[in-house]
Design a protein around this ligand. Sequence first.
Ligand SMILES: [Zn+2]
Length: 208
Amino acid sequence: MHHQSRPHVIASSIVCLLALTVAGCAAASIHDGDGSPNPTSRSRGAPAEVPTGDVTQVAGVSVSSADGYSADSHPLAEIADTPEIANLDRDLRRAVDRATEAAAADGVEVRINSGWRTARYQQALLDQAVEEHGSLREARRWVNTPGRSAHVQGRAVDVGQIDAASWMQEHGSDFGLCQTYENESWHYELSTDPGGTCPAMLRDSTAG
Ligand SMILES: [Zn+2]
């Protein structure tokens, strides 16, 4: 099989993508053995959480915050200057910002698990998903190709945690934010006008 830490890395990274619980993901993916000298200072207990130096290995490819990678989830405002957020469509960013404020008023914290990504990062995620799921066909249900991914276009965010996704399901359309795929309760795009009706969800990312 694989040597040493790879299965662990792959499994934990997939969990980060597919699950809404990210607490354990950062720790699991920071030390991926890519040779980077101490890519994060988080383990030292520093209060700063902004992922300016996050680096990891995804399917053998080194990705960093410049690719839109972050080792942890953050409220949007906290990482506004990172490529992951700064490269998002401006209207989407504004909508998520407003929704985040409204959710906070309801006692729910909306965090961003993933925003904009480079095509190479998206391809690495797809390659990783193929390893995990055993076929491109199954992987494509969860990870889109770089050419089709709304993340690469800066037009999608993955929100967490579960309570935030639930809140968004109920209130997202007030801000024009809609869940795109039935199998991804965390993936939101700006798909309607504020207060409008969301289009019917696609079954998964192989559809549409
Ligand atoms: Zn997504």
